[in-house]
Design a protein around this ligand. Structure first.
Ligand code: CA
Length: 226
């Protein structure tokens, strides 16, 4: 059985990065969308186990998304608002959300709410006690089965891009763009050698299990299967 999947719809990248790190640390798989208009279709196609929905989003508002999802799914939904007064307003709509969080919230509180909803909906059976990977965003460290991976700064940056967007395919150029804010001295082909090194370091812990998948002609994708 695979890990429970959380769909996070959040357009503020910094907030999303922290949320993703905490959810993954709790053993959850995270899919992240920035644009609201992609969320309904994603839920239809991928059937996540829980949805965290920001209210103010580009493309489609969280309230509209919530109502649209409720036409076909009972997936637990947590609405995230920027203002505490807004929660009252949202409750008035009775649009079928299961829980509400107001920014700024502690990531631990968010994880606790997510786990509570998963438990209530009987979707926690597949959550393993020890996640395969743990990402300490603040400390810029990644652990595999509890062992810290000894990554160079460049390896860390590139791997963190893949890891925080589990399941998503990245070209080498996209990885470089996301890993480095400014024009960097790293070239496309250098990505391959860094990824090769990261794979070796992971293999020292996981053995044969492949988590960084090569996508022929495109680039790379991170996914822990099973
Ligand atoms: Ca927003």
């Amino acid at each position: 059985m695979s890990m429970p999947t959380v769909l996070l719809v959040e357009d503020e990248q910094q907030i999303a990065d922290i949320e993703i790190a905490y959810l993954q640390k709790a053993g959850l798989q995270v899919a992240h969308l920035v644009r609201g208009n992609e969320a309904v279709e994603f839920v239809q196609q991928h059937k996540p186990d829980v949805v965290i929905l920001d209210v103010m989003l580009p493309g489609m508002s969280g309230t509209d998304i919530c109502q649209a999802i409720r036409q076909f799914s009972n997936v637990p939904i947590i609405m995230v608002t920027a203002r505490v007064e807004e929660i009252d307003r949202l409750l008035g709509f009775d649009m079928g959300a299961d829980d509400y969080l107001c920014k700024p919230f502690s990531p631990k509180e968010m994880v606790a709410r997510v786990l509570a909803l998963l438990r209530r909906h009987g979707r926690l059976a597949s959550l393993s006690k020890t996640p395969v990977f743990e990402h300490d965003v603040m400390g810029q460290r990644i652990s595999c089965r509890g062992q810290r991976l000894d990554l160079t700064p460049q390896e860390y940056r590139l791997f963190a891009v893949l890891m925080t967007h589990s399941g998503r395919i990245f070209s080498r150029g996209q990885m470089l763009q996301m890993a480095y804010d400014d024009d960097s001295e790293v070239f496309d082909r250098a990505v391959d050698s860094h990824i090769k090194n990261v794979r070796k370091k992971i293999a020292a812990v996981l053995g044969e299990q492949v988590v960084i998948h090569s996508v022929y002609g495109v680039g790379y994708r991170f996914e822990v299967e099973g």
